[in-house]
Design a protein around this ligand. Structure first.
Ligand code: ASP
Length: 443
């Protein structure tokens, strides 16, 4: 049985077990189930797995990006990849929130709903927009790496690679070899961590579902239905049209190969923690050359949040209707701009969408405490929107790679690509393309 199937089984069982615990009321405070299962085994197994994924992110991004920059050889093409992915990421995010605002307004969600008096929400601290750009340049790259900050890490690594290129052939060759080995070692580590994924996904989902407020889901049914509808519409229709239009690639093949990544994003609610899986799938299953994927994937995990933008659009309309505030066209345009800008500087970690939402609300003058209305169902919504976020990252990676002739159609169209060797101990086959190894993966 291949790993994707096992992960899907882990996910389904996790959801079923979690829901049984929740609906049966077995997760009450201090109960055996709560102490030893949900906050015991499930918590520990899930958290250890997420820690292991996060552990991989910084060294993997560092080595694969250094490898990518040295392997690309030409600084101009690096600039093109950066420019194209930036524009596409912002464009898809703007498209996502526009669709969400339109849909939510058409349905009129929140109209006639009572504003709950006990709504209480303390907005988390936000970063001023200017600092979002200032912070891209790290004062101390080691500290940025220690904090897992993606944009400074990307900036520093690209600069390092560009300087290596400027030193000429001999230096580039040596650094490329060293970073290839570093990249191979990290990919091997990804394979080892992935081997326990089915159990970890089970634990993560069983715990999340057990803790879910099902009553709240029912209470906020209109919000949940509109939001999930908009997320699915963006995932299966908008993004796939964009992929087809800009790259001509088959969306069905793309979706089939993305299942694993989506399950990881759903289970962890973190685009950042999913980077190792996204990067591996994009390069080894979808045929994107590492010189493009090593940049577009971590870049996208930070600045591209289509699902989060959709949530912001829907919550804005919802809260505006509940509080009887008329935003007007200017208000909506501000929401779109703010949501796109806010997505640039915020990392893809669980719950960050709420931070961005308070930035948007402040800007358009909506009551920030309105966010309290939806907070009870936010974890589940976060899981779904993160799956949409990572799908957007991978779609843009494919589009950019295809436009640069850096996507191997033979790998993209081969259903077996990257799954021939499901064993983490197997040696890594070498792919001479751009001097980057494309070892098989355990999917
Ligand atoms: N959890 C999301 C992500 O990692 C961000 C969010 O919507 O809160 O992409």
């Amino acid at each position: 049985m291949n790993l994707t199937i096992k992960v899907l089984i882990g996910m389904s069982l996790g959801i079923i077990v979690g829901l049984i615990i929740n609906i049966g009321g077995f997760n009450s405070e201090g109960s055996f189930v709560q102490v030893y299962l949900t906050d015991g085994v499930f918590y520990a197994v899930g958290k250890m797995f997420v820690n292991a994924l996060k552990m991989l992110v910084v060294p993997l991004v560092f080595f694969s990006l250094l490898c990518g920059v040295c392997g690309i050889g030409d600084i101009n093409s690096l600039g093109r990849v950066g420019g194209k992915s930036f524009v596409l990421y912002l464009m898809t995010t703007a498209l996502a929130i526009t669709v969400a605002l339109t849909l939510a307004s058409a349905v009129g969600i929140g109209q006639g709903m009572e504003q709950t008096a006990d709504a209480d929400f303390t907005p988390p601290p936000t970063t001023p927009i200017a600092d979002v750009f200032v912070n891209i340049i790290p004062t101390n790259p080691v500290q940025s790496m220690a904090n897992g900050e993606m944009l400074p890490l990307i900036f520093f690594t690209i600069l390092l690679g560009v300087c290596v290129l400027k030193l000429g052939e001999s230096a580039t060759g040596k650094v490329l070899r060293a970073s290839e080995i570093g990249n191979d070692v990290m990919m091997k580590m990804v394979n080892i961590v992935m081997a326990v994924a089915p159990y970890a996904v089970f634990a993560l989902l069983a715990r999340s579902m057990a803790q879910l407020g099902l009553d709240l889901l029912v209470e906020l049914v209109s919000y949940v239905v509109v939001l999930v509808g908009a997320l699915l519409f963006h995932l299966f229709v908008v993004l796939m049209i964009v992929l087809k239009l800009f790259s001509g690639l088959n969306p069905l093949t793309f979706l089939r190969k993305m299942r694993n990544v989506q399950v990881f994003a759903f289970s962890t609610a973190s685009s950042n923690a999913t980077i190792p899986v996204t990067l591996r799938t994009v390069t080894q299953r979808l045929g994107v050359n590492n010189s493009v994927g090593s940049f577009t994937v971590p870049f996208g995990a930070t600045i591209n949040m289509d699902g989060t933008a959709i949530m912001q659009g829907v919550v804005t309309v919802f809260v505006a209707n509940v509080y009887g505030v008329d935003l007007g066209l200017a208000g909506y345009v501000t929401v779109i701009l703010m949501a796109v800008l806010a997505s640039i500087g915020t990392a893809g970690v669980p719950g960050v969408g709420l931070v961005m939402l308070s930035m948007v609300f402040n800007q358009v003058g909506l009551p920030v405490e309105g966010i309290a209305l939806i907070i009870g169902v936010d974890r589940l919504m976060d899981m779904i929107r993160t799956a949409v976020n990572v799908t957007g990252d991978a779609a843009v990676s494919c589009i950019v790679a295809k436009s640069e002739d850096e996507l191997d159609p033979a790998i993209y169209n081969d259903p077996q690509a990257g799954i021939r060797d499901p064993h983490p101990d197997a040696p890594l086959p070498h792919n001479p393309h751009h001097g980057v190894s494309h070892q098989s993966e355990a999917q």
